[in-house]
Design a protein around this ligand. Structure first.
Ligand code: AMP
Length: 282
């Protein structure tokens, strides 16, 4: 497995791979890898000739006061796991390589990028869109794999890819969970044992909403009320948002239908966690 640090080298390596006839599958990560990340890698490996992964904790997507400094960094272990999954190339640039002195260009996805996490974390999705655009330019993937756990992120990136004519297919991959239902996240490491138990309320709230949809409820307001009641039953959990929206525009919908996303973000202690489900109508 080759570890590449510079954009220029990455572009040269990927150019050669493409010239050799390989379709490049790409997985972008901030490291601290878990089974969620690896599920993307495995999907990429099943569908593409070559798998490239990136490890880069992107300062641009953290607001002041967020966890940039404490974000878990486990580069050696991450590389071992990627190698075990037959990843051919890892792109792991330093911050100065991605954002050299004087960098002044960013990608903003207006509207979609200001909703859900974009509303709670101003500038977050501009940071995400900018880094993913730069990573796409470094790698030139044929397909790029993203987790549906970050459903709003996928909506933002789909819009960016469409608006800026990136020649890449985005593939959304199912949320990987622990046995008790908690969505895997690098940030779960921040949770104490007690908080880890409390965090399960996110999943319980979403399951309650799914149960009501299965029972015929279609009114978003009623579903949000039901989910909120579950969330409020857990002490030490502060809801950031619980929303029922269109999965592409991230705008609220009055009634759920195909293409509806139910999403939650909540602080468990100091840790901000997210989860969601896409409405499937039988
Ligand atoms: P991150 O390292 O948090 O930026 O995540 C890198 C990629 O892994 C993103 O596309 C995430 O959506 C995806 N991902 C993170 N957690 C999960 C999970 N539990 N299941 C599926 N994909 C995930």
């Amino acid at each position: 497995m080759r570890i590449v640090k510079s954009v220029r080298e990455m572009q040269a390596v990927c150019r050669e791979l493409r010239a050799g006839g390989s379709a490049i599958g790409f997985v972008a990560t901030m490291g601290a890898l878990h089974e969620g990340h690896l599920s993307l890698v495995r999907r990429a490996r099943a569908e593409c000739g070559v798998v490239v992964a990136s490890i880069f904790v992107n300062p641009l997507q953290f607001a002041p006061g967020e966890d940039l400094a404490t974000y878990p960094r486990t580069f050696v272990e991450d590389c071992a796991r990627l190698e075990a999954e037959s990843v051919q190339v890892v792109f792991a640039p330093e911050v100065g390589e991605m954002y050299p002195e004087g960098a002044a260009t960013t990608v903003t996805v207006a509207g979609v990028g200001d909703r859900l996490d974009g509303a709670s974390r101003p500038g977050h999705f501009a940071g995400v869109a900018t880094v993913v655009a730069k990573l796409f330019h470094a790698v030139g993937p044929c397909r790029a794999y993203f987790g549906l756990k970050d459903a709003a992120q996928i909506a933002v990136l789909r819009r960016m890819v469409r608006d800026l004519n990136f020649e890449v297919e985005l593939v959304g991959c199912a949320i990987v969970r622990d046995a008790d239902g908690l969505a895997l996240s690098s940030r779960n490491q921040y949770l104490s044992a007690e908080e880890r138990g409390r965090a399960l309320v996110l999943r319980r709230a979403l399951l309650e909403m799914e149960r009501r949809i299965a029972g015929g409820e279609r009114e978003s307001a009623a579903l949000v009320r039901a989910g909120m009641a579950v969330l409020q039953g857990e002490a030490g959990v502060r809801v950031d948002y619980l929303a029922v929206v269109d999965a592409d525009s991230l705008l609220p919908v009055e009634r759920v239908g195909a293409g509806t996303l139910a999403a939650v973000a909540a602080y468990v202690g100091k840790t901000r966690l997210i989860d969601n489900f896409l409405v499937a109508l039988g």
